[in-house]
Unconditional design. Structure first.
Length: 239
């Protein structure tokens, strides 16, 4: 696989798609957003890329700032705690019970996307997604949260391929080495949540592993998340 050709292809498509516009990206401090920000900066220039860090509570944003500084893109930080906590309180009052950790995480993801689109609207820009093929195929994203974007530049790259692209782009080693996380709660990691490594997941998705517990788990994840990859159904009516 020629990763340099892949990088050039994505850059060209980003440049064609964005034209003279702005790119707005959630900079989580993870490898996916770092790679997307780097590709965007190379495609349209770092001054046209806005990286928005959106911590909840006292979440550490130093890795996100490292990416912003390393690429020389525009950086902003907006803490989403007040809005998310307000929504949690309202929901728990209506439901008369505490909401679970996953629901809280989804509220965070959707709040972040709301902020990104407000930011993009104000700049006249586009929200650039950071989803990779591995996560998109098993539905490892929040519907109308991090899945609600204008374009997914690395959406045809498996996670293991994203790591290779990151090395070529010169992403800081600290970002490459950290455990992938959606940043939805303390100690959360992607691989712990879907109970397999990205290497194992990609082996199934690429057809290299086609039996066993991990294979069955991936097929189940694909099946139950199919609704996330489709636009809402429109019912036909007789007129």
């Amino acid at each position: 696989m020629n990763y340099q050709d892949i990088i050039t292809s994505i850059e060209t498509q980003l440049r064609d798609y964005l034209g003279n516009g702005k790119a707005v990206i959630w900079i989580s401090g993870g490898i996916d957003s770092a790679v997307v920000a780097a590709l965007s900066a190379r495609a349209i220039g770092n001054k046209n890329v806005w990286g928005v860090s959106m911590p909840y509570g006292n979440q550490d944003t130093s890795d996100g700032q490292l990416v912003i500084d390393n690429l020389g893109i525009n950086g902003r930080e907006i803490n989403i705690s007040e809005e998310v906590n307000g929504n949690i309180r309202k929901l728990e009052q209506v439901l008369n019970r505490e909401i679970n950790q996953v629901t809280r995480g989804n509220l965070m993801a959707r709040e972040r996307m709301k902020v990104l689109y407000g930011f993009a609207n104000g700049l006249g820009g586009m929200v650039i997604g950071t989803g990779n093929k591995s996560e998109l195929e098993i539905g490892y994203f929040t519907k109308y949260g991090d899945g609600g974007v204008d374009i997914e530049p690395i959406g045809d790259l498996y996670k293991t391929e994203v790591f290779e692209v990151a090395r070529i782009l010169g992403i800081p080693q600290r970002i490459i080495d950290k455990k992938p996380s959606a940043g939805l709660w303390e100690g959360q990691t992607d691989e712990d949540e879907f109970r397999m490594t990205y290497k194992e997941l990609d082996a199934v998705l690429k057809g290299e592993l086609n039996q066993g517990k991990i294979y069955d788990k991936v097929q189940e994840l694909k099946r139950t998340s199919e609704h996330k990859r489709k636009t809402p159904s429109v019912f036909e009516v007789t007129k």
